[in-house]
Write a protein that binds this ligand. Structure first.
Ligand code: NAD
Length: 458
């Protein structure tokens, strides 16, 4: 789409928004239900597109791309009336006689920019929130999984009016053009570096942003953990989508007394889970650039376990690195692939201190049987969200706001948090006219000041 077409698109959406029709609850519910029924009817097309881009199975596509969207839509449909209701709050004595209200109001015309790793989920989940909140939306999915991007555009653009919800496909150039326009909200999912570009562009128009970024998410494993369950959950969370998951455990900090047992069990479970293409248990690395990037992160001498690499099919075997420390290359940036570095610790304070030297992560996982350990880590490390004795699954609870902090992002979504991300809380004092005390009007006096202080309890 050319610049002028994008300008015309945003104008069209502004016009629709200003008719106030998108604010009606019935309209929101109808569009959300429509989106769900379209996604359901197009599941086969989406499975095919995802398979082309990732070699991903139907099972994984349903559980990691579609299921969350259906849950989010159902939650929004059943709660949108309640969420968008005007809320009465108390009024202080200084404002007596009056009533005070908070009116949740949609922000307007919103831009959603998606990342490539879960292209369906990361595109539609913010859109669901934007629609539930009463906005119009332009979605720019990631161009990297091109079959999925094409499919999303075809599905949306042939079923929704352009003035309400439209998909614009493209890469850096199109996104740059989109970012020059004045939006009422920008919701971005992607890397820290592009997050900065988005934030700067939004600042030009003072547009509010939600930034869903990444980082190095640690998993702490202490000697008191339930080892078999811990290994199951780490292996699943790490190698799901071949590690191309923003909330995958990036690295493990294991207590040194159980290191050998832990590594041995990791290897056993990886073999048992059989991460191969032949049984559709695994996905390919998204492109050659990422494949080579990941290969370059491995230090051969620290490989504890790996498998046969195949560049042609972009098969990258689950790879464990041991005896890793914070100065290794693998610890420099987010891995975003199927390499699991294992570091050890003896002293929890030192381990926490070392993790805190890195940027605030998107997630943190704590595998332990001791509640004191859990409390310490939760109290001392700042991170977006996470789990105790599990990995990744916190994303599947719509009651938990999802988002980063510091370098891993700003703002939250999913469920009510998503609704709030696309909503302005308009505060209104509704004052009665039967009383108009003269105390606040000039001419002022010491007596008036005394009264004001008495009213304020100051
Ligand atoms: P990316 O930042 O390269 O791309 C994200 C989007 O930005 C794409 O739509 C792309 O077209 C656009 N883009 C890329 N370069 C741009 C530029 N120079 N100017 C304007 N727009 C540009 O990210 P990615 O590679 O798609 O995703 C990987 C990153 O996203 C990882 O860091 C991962 O942790 C993070 N991520 C975060 C979440 C989350 O929910 N917090 C989810 C998925 C991925």
């Amino acid at each position: 789409m050319e610049k002028d077409d994008l300008k015309a698109l945003i104008k069209e959406q502004n016009v629709l928004f200003n008719t106030n029709s998108t604010k009606e609850i019935g309209y929101r519910v109808q569009k959300l239900k429509k989106l769900k029924s379209i996604l359901k009817s197009k599941e086969d097309e989406l499975y095919e597109a995802i398979y082309k881009d990732f070699k991903k199975s139907k099972f994984d596509t349903f559980t990691t791309e579609l299921a969350l969207l259906y849950t989010d839509i159902d939650e929004a449909v059943s709660k949108v009336q309640k969420w968008s209701k005007r809320k009465r709050v108390g009024t202080n004595l200084l404002n007596f006689p009056a009533k005070s209200y908070i009116y949740p109001e949609p922000l307007g015309t919103c831009l959603v920019i998606g990342a490539w790793n879960y292209p369906i989920q990361l595109s539609f989940a913010p859109v669901i929130a934007a629609i539930a909140a009463g906005n119009t939306v332009v979605l720019k999915p990631s161009e990297i999984p091109s079959a999925t991007s094409n499919s999303i555009a075809e599905i949306v653009n042939s079923n929704f009016e352009k003035s309400f919800f439209h998909v614009v496909e493209g890469g850096v150039e199109v996104t740059t053009n989109l970012l020059e326009l004045k939006w009422d909200k920008i919701f971005f999912t992607g890397s820290v570096n592009v997050g900065r570009i988005v934030y700067k562009a939004a600042a030009e128009h003072l547009t509010p942003v939600t930034l869903e970024l990444g980082g190095k998410s640690p998993a702490f494993v202490t000697a008191s953990c339930s080892l078999d369950v811990t290994v199951n959950r780490i292996v699943w969370g790490k190698f799901l989508n071949a590690g191309q998951t923003c909330i995958a455990p990036d690295y493990v900090m294991v207590e040194s007394s159980i290191k050998d047992k832990f590594l041995q069990k990791l290897k056993e479970r990886i073999l048992e889970m059989d991460f191969s293409f032949k049984n559709d248990n695994y996905v390919q690395i998204i492109d050659d650039k990422n494949y080579q990037r990941l290969k370059g992160m491995i230090s051969e001498e620290k490989i504890y376990y790996s498998g046969d690499f195949d560049v042609t099919s972009r098969y990258f075997p689950p790879t464990i690195m041991s005896d890793v420390d914070f100065s290794d290359k693998i610890m420099e940036e987010e891995i975003f692939g199927p390499i699991l570095p294992v570091l050890t610790f003896d002293n929890l304070s030192e381990a926490i201190g070392a993790v805190k030297k890195l940027a605030k992560p998107l997630s943190c996982y704590i595998f332990t049987g001791e509640s004191a350990v859990k409390t310490r880590i939760l109290d001392e490390i700042s991170f977006g969200g996470g789990a105790v004795n599990d990995a990744v699954m916190h994303i599947a609870n719509p009651k938990l706001p999802f988002g980063g902090v510091g370098n891993s992002g700003m703002g939250n979504y999913h469920g009510k948090a998503g609704f709030d991300a696309f909503t302005h809380q308009k505060s209104v004092l509704d004052k009665a006219t039967w009383l108009d005390p003269s105390v606040k009007y000039p001419p002022y006096s010491m007596k008036k000041l005394k009264i004001v202080r008495w009213i304020m309890g100051a």
